[in-house]
Design a protein around this ligand. Structure first.
Ligand SMILES: [Ca+2]
Length: 332
């Protein structure tokens, strides 16, 4: 220690000199710093370190004292926040399931929306169709309205038209009556014309039938063929007046008529299809006939000029013959 004091006392004082134009400050070299020994520096650094540690300790204690309650509060807050976050996480997971359900509902809603869109499209097309129909109906209503106006104007003329119509109806009735009369007259004229035309060709008219008297002798079968070629058959006889007409027209000549039993077992019949009435026909046979001479008399003729005129004869015999066909007026 005395050496240190001595060295501090031996340090030169500062002197300031002015030498002519030079100003100098001396000693020019700075005094050497005291060289503290490690022995002295070490305790000081320890104390400083100790003091620093103490200060840090005190500071930490103070800080703990000051901030501990706040820290505890913060921890509690953090815990409550964590609990809140956990609750929210639970809520989020429950929300996830809810969202999953909602997604299904949303998909169903989307399907229903598509169906609704399809329905709307159809409805829109139907509306368009209805609009077209409405326009057409409107046009038709316009036409009907114009027609109705015309009808309304014509309705005022109905009474006058009704009077004219009554007059014309009466006239029409008279005209129809005259037309019917004229038609009947025309039919009669046509009938007479047809009959006259047939008569001019050698036919005779009686009782609604036409008769053709052929005076060329033929066998019964050839006579029938000749009648068929005239669109007729050998005549049938169904009444006394017809019988009388025939025997008188035959002028006492024996003539074949359409009576035969050929092809049957003794049953007479008319070749033109008329039903043969055996009982009513008995009055037309010559007494004693039919006698079937030689078992070969299978055809009938008018032999005498009398109501009792029929005789059975051999079909191969040749006689004049009488054809008959119903008179059917030609349709004009
Ligand atoms: Ca006979």
């Amino acid at each position: 220690m005395p050496e240190v004091k001595m060295k501090e006392s031996e340090a030169p004082d500062a002197h300031f000199t002015v030498d002519k134009q030079n100003i100098s400050l001396w000693p020019r070299e700075p005094p050497p710093k005291p060289d503290l020994s490690p022995v002295l520096r070490k305790p000081l650094s320890l104390r400083v370190a100790f003091i620093c540690l103490s200060l840090v300790l005190v500071a930490s204690i103070v800080l703990q004292a000051v901030f501990y309650p706040r820290l505890v509060d913060k921890i509690l807050d953090v815990k409550s926040d964590a609990q809140m976050l956990r609750d929210r996480a639970d809520n989020i997971s429950s929300l996830g399931s809810v969202l999953e359900k909602d997604r299904g509902r949303v998909e169903e809603a989307e399907v229903q929306i598509q169906i609704l869109n399809t329905s709307l499209t159809r409805a829109r097309s139907q509306i368009l169709s209805l609009r077209i129909i409405m326009e057409q109906a409107s046009a038709q209503i316009s036409v009907l309205t114009r027609n109705w106006e015309e009808v309304d104007s014509l309705s005022s003329k109905i009474p006058e038209l009704q009077r004219d119509l009554d007059k014309s109806s009466a006239l029409n009735a008279k005209v129809r009556g005259l037309q019917n009369s004229l038609e009947n007259v025309n039919k009669l004229l046509q009938r007479q014309s047809d009959i006259l035309e047939m008569v001019s060709r050698g036919w005779k008219y009686f009782g609604g039938n036409l008769y053709y008297f052929s005076y060329t002798p033929k066998t019964w079968y050839s006579a029938e063929q000749s009648c068929i070629s005239r669109d007729a058959h050998l005549t049938s006889v169904t009444s006394e007046s017809e019988q009388e007409f025939l025997y008188k027209s035959a002028d006492r000549l024996p003539c074949w008529i359409g009576l035969t039993k050929a092809g049957t077992e003794g049953h007479w019949y008319w070749v033109d299809g008329t039903l043969f009435n055996k009982e009513q026909s008995k009055r037309f046979w010559i007494p004693g006939e039919p006698n079937n001479t030689g078992n070969n008399e299978h055809c009938g003729n008018i032999r005498v000029s009398s109501l009792q005129a029929w005789n059975d004869a051999s079909c191969d015999s040749k006689f004049p013959f009488i054809c008959k066909r119903p008179f059917i007026q030609a349709i004009p």
